[in-house]
Write a protein that binds this ligand. Sequence first.
Ligand code: BGC
Length: 778
Amino acid sequence: MSLEQLDLKEKIALCSGEDTWHTKSFSTADIPSLCMSDGPHGLRKMSDGSDLTDIDNSLPSTCFPSAALTACSWDEELIEEMGRALGEDAASLGVGLLLGPGANIKRNPLCGRNFEYFSEDPLLSGKMAAALIRGVQSRGVGACLKHFACNNQEYKRFQSDSVLDDRTLRELYLSAFEIAVRESRPAAVMCAYNKINGTHCSDNQRLLTDILRGEWGFDGMVVTDWGALNDRVSAFKAGCDLNMPGGSSYQEKMAMLAIKDGRLDKQFVERSAERIAALSRRVQKAQTERRDFDHDAHHALARRIAVESAVLLKNKDHILPLRKNIDVLLIGPMVKQLRYQGGGSSHINPLQLRQLSEVRADLPYVPGCLPDGSSDKKLLKQAEKAAKKAGVPVILAGLPDSYESEGFDRSDMAMPDGYNELIETVAAVNPHTVVVLMAGSPVELPWADKVKSILYMGLPGEAGAEAIADLLFGEVSPSGKLAETWPVSYLDCVSSSYYSGQNKDAHYREGVYVGYRYYQKAGVRVRYPFGYGLSYSEFVYSDLRISGNHVCFSVKNKGKCDASEIVQLYVSPPEGTGYRPALECRAFRKIRLRKGETVSVNFELTNRSFALWQNGWIVPPGTYGVHIGSSSEDLRLHGTIHKEGDPWKEPALPDWYISPSGTPSHIDFEHLLGRPVTVRSQSKGCYTMDSTFDEMKEDSAVAGLIYRVMAKKLLKSTGNDKNSAKYRMALSTVSDAPLRTLQMFLGKESSTMEYLLDWINGHPGKVLEGLIKKSRTE
Ligand code: BGC
């Protein structure tokens, strides 16, 4: 059905939302309103009339484990099953487009939203995202892959420029999106807030049209992240279809003017309107039928996913699973108040939530520290005393809510002092101490050598407590493997001295050396490597056979219980290759093995498994290593594949990229990019619509006053706690949003923020002039 019934103004209007979560409907043209809702691991459907900041009051829905944990399952079938359940939850609430999954690469462990993302590795991220999308879309609901692209920090997320070289962009940051788009055909892609090499993602034709649609064949709708539109005219030309949230029409007025004076061809608008209409119609059935689903079945699935994804990091003397007759003591405030999800737009109001103190009400419990992770002498003493007498003290610890959220990055990788002190104290009096960790990203573990066992549960969702009990007591063998490296200390991380907070922009100086790609090449010892995870069983690898691109081997479960193993294939470059990671994960599979069973595993590699980006995908000639193993550092079988390859010339680069050690310098980075990179700063009198209150507040009295008033209001509306994730996210959203974004959020006319800007820049006369002019034209 075409859009002939709509005039140009209506077509432009269709390309911006009606309100925060819906598009406009046009019954004359049979275009229903599209209902959108967050998020990646559950539905955050807001009730009608609620505003953007009212994060916690969404309609109840299943809270699945977040991506930081589900990725540790490395299990495409399981994640597809989760996607099907999410699709059913969405349809039951009348949601036509689910705003997830997020396929951003974990560039640094401190990114505030890492818990919402899958991995530091593009293959694993892409495969997990594709599986989730396939599942959601099988239920007639659309999925929206986000945040496209290079949105790898929360600091200054609305305006920071992600500066990186083409090779890094293609090999790491775009590959995950490419896999998901090619393998699952998402209904929508959400463009990110940031710029890439100077151009906002919303205005980025190379990204949204040339690469996404032209190269990868994407045929769905591109929607802005909420408030990410920079300039409607450039965005139409770039292939950005829908501007969200709705409520302000000033950008649309500009588009109309641009068509009138010939700066914008109306075909761009027509194409965008058609894509939006097509999606609204496609999901209409799911949106209106409101089929109910089996809540208990989804809760059981959330539990199974948490069990299948949890990672056993340490298990000395096989202390886990806990024998039936042992006196177990539960310790830590999380026994009664589990940390099970992160903060921000992915926050779910769970349908069912049980605490470990309810699941195992038969076991004694002491808190040991305060719920926010701070120390309390009396509670610590009580825990020490009880732990001395216990058979096995099990401590639930990790990061409290206020540490991980959308809107800000963590300031370090440490757990709160109260937890570290509690673990040290208990471990000192009881050698059988077990720690269960709840955190959406790696933390430093200074006490790792002093405890017997560590079980990582990520942010395990609403059934997390039951999953913990299954793994500790139920003899279900843990089978997850880390989807990101855990460094010993944050300082070991290559970007630690220049990531987030140091600079308005994000300079990707480390190039392709992210996560294990860096640690392995630089020979830096890590706490737990990528792909690592223990089992209650043991596996033997044998019989590697390679023929062409076909790789085959056997795995045997030689332990005492049925269990699963995640087998991984890594490729190493030909000897002498300079700028290239030592190993890259090119295939993986989770296999289930009964006790004593042997299975044969087959992988088919492709040319892309050996390729690097140099103005296109090319395979440098030579002999590549093929390594099969149980983690990136536990490689058991080795073979080679020879490639005639493509002619290529290795680029001349600074030494750091050939043998990385320590930190790459700004000058190294400029060589990698092949151009100078300026460090942006702004000074009084030069602010623009791209400026934020955070940067203007110090040298403009007006901006300072507005900032303080806003902060006070937000503090009150979020519960008067300056440390809460809710307040910090709300404040960063308002104070870090450029004036143009605030204008959209507030639904204001264009002139409002422009007048304010003149005033802040020290030209109050211009404000007066503008107001007089305005009153004359009205
Ligand atoms: C987030 C998106 C989210 C959107 C709508 C944005 O601030 O970055 O992930 O989908 O809000 O809530």
